[in-house]
Design a protein around this ligand. Structure first.
Ligand code: LFR
Length: 450
């Protein structure tokens, strides 16, 4: 038996899945899913509710154990955010959310260092939330008390078993790693004002690092997108592009080496560390975060909204979903409808249709650019929003490419596969990846969207 618990935390929900690695086809069972949201602190900054997240994780693990013994636990979360530990190993404050506006002046830092030099060094797309920009403006009083920084997946690992580790895919999105050596860049750490001793030694995933109630805790690809691409299923022989869907649409290809050419830099492509070696060459497109945020106003079910949006026959406005005004607005419905030239009280079905169309247009644009960098034969779409048939249909239409639908819970699957490697239940990642076929929906999940 090799049954593992995969904890996959997205920016809007925590999922805990049970995966039987010996089953002929790998289907995660979602045993716990709970929504979470960042809150504003006294100074008005957005911070994650860390207690809510850790409680959801623990409850999920308890539910897993109620169903039978588990052989390993692994954790992945969204990238770039981190927590600071004091000398006693205690978390100093709730981690900041990458949507917090405190990094809005990040361009000054880029100019100081030089955009080309920065890209050639860390290979990352310029996003205001990259850890390097967050650290440069981090609250000084907190920073002075800090002894160790952990990215959120490893902060959860620390919470579960006390280990303090820095995993390669988590470190790889920080903007502090020299992409050609895989080690901390002294110049970039200096720019962020961080002593690299606080960051620890970078280690690869695929190893056991501790125990939670006697169950091994394995280090997996901490970055959820790295886990999701690991769990997307096999790539076909001519090569597949991918789109990891959810809060973001992450469109790109897998590659052995990073591409820091001026072509890639000008298009803001990123080179992110892949689960067990290699890179993902991709660009972020704002995804279903838009719908999730509008939904807080409408209080309507995603499945119902998407169903009604599919029936819309009117032409809907296409907006630039990456517009700055949609990054972190207090009121997404106002921000989106203003950009779209719609009234705020427009039928939610029409707004939803506009969001789906706009997200698909932008994603198709990125895929067209990916194709220039490296031709591919088809596109694999996976993650929460891969269940939205309207999205799949519109992407087919805009890209004119074959689109295969992969697992909805790809991140949990990739997480589970790397655990399999860590505990010796799988010889290689590819051996597991081959057993993910077609559209895999979680056993017990009737939701129809992200
Ligand atoms: C997806 C994701 C993206 C990253 C963004 C911020 O959940 O991890 O890969 O760019 O969130 O961390």
């Amino acid at each position: 038996m090799a049954i593992v618990a995969a904890i996959d935390c997205g920016a809007t929900s925590v999922r805990v899945c049970r995966v039987d690695l010996e089953a002929p086809s790998l289907v995660p069972e979602v045993v716990h899913r709970v929504a979470h949201t960042p809150r504003r602190d006294a100074a008005g900054h957005l911070r994650w509710d860390w207690t809510a997240i850790t409680s959801a994780v623990e409850l999920g693990l308890e539910r897993c154990l109620e169903l039978g013994p588990i052989d390993s636990i692994g954790v992945d979360t969204w990238a770039v955010d981190y927590g600071l530990l004091d000398g006693d190993g205690h978390l100093i404050a709730d981690p900041f959310s990458y949507r917090d506006e405190r990094t809005s002046g990040y361009r000054a830092l880029v100019d100081e260092f030089g955009a080309t030099r920065m890209y050639e060094s860390n290979g990352l797309q310029l996003q205001p939330f990259n850890t390097i920009f967050q650290l440069a403006v981090h609250d000084r009083a907190e920073m002075e008390r800090a002894e160790r920084l952990l990215w959120l997946p490893e902060l959860l690992v620390h919470h579960l078993c006390g280990a303090t580790v820095t995993e390669r895919t988590s470190a790889g999105c920080s903007g502090l790693v020299d992409v050609s050596t895989g080690a901390w860049s002294r110049e970039l750490c200096d720019l962020a004002g961080i002593d690299s001793r606080m960051l620890g030694e970078i280690v690869p995933a695929g190893r056991v690092v501790g125990e939670w109630r006697g169950v091994p805790v394995s280090l997996v690809a901490g970055h959820d997108t790295a886990s999701a691409v690991a769990g997307m299923g096999p790539s076909i022989s001519g090569g597949s592009a991918f789109v990891a869907t959810g809060t973001w649409m992450l469109a790109g290809i897998e590659r052995d080496a990073a591409d820091t050419s001026s072509w890639a830099r000008r298009r803001n492509f990123t080179n992110e560390a892949a689960a067990l070696g290699g890179f993902r060459f991709l660009r972020n497109v704002t995804g279903f975060w838009l719908l999730e945020q509008c939904r807080t106003e409408w209080r309507l079910d995603v499945g119902e909204l998407v169903g009604r949006a599919t029936a819309v026959e009117a032409k809907v406005p296409i907006v630039d979903v990456d517009d700055e005004s949609l990054r972190s607005p207090d009121d997404m419905l106002t921000a989106y409808t203003t950009l779209a030239g719609l009234r705020r009280d427009t039928d939610p079905a029409l707004v939803t249709r506009s969001i789906v169309e706009s997200v698909a247009v932008r994603t198709a644009d990125v895929l067209a650019e990916v194709e220039v960098a490296q031709p591919f034969d088809d596109v694999v779409l996976f993650g929460g929003a891969a269940r939205i048939e309207l999205l799949v249909a519109r992407l087919r239409n805009f890209t004119r490419r074959a689109i295969r639908v992969g697992p909805a819970e790809a991140a949990a699957l990739g997480n589970a596969l790397v655990q399999g490697v860590a505990i010796g239940a799988l010889s290689t990642l590819d051996a597991g990846r081959e057993r993910i076929t077609g559209s895999v929906y979680p056993k017990n999940d009737r939701r129809t969207a992200p």
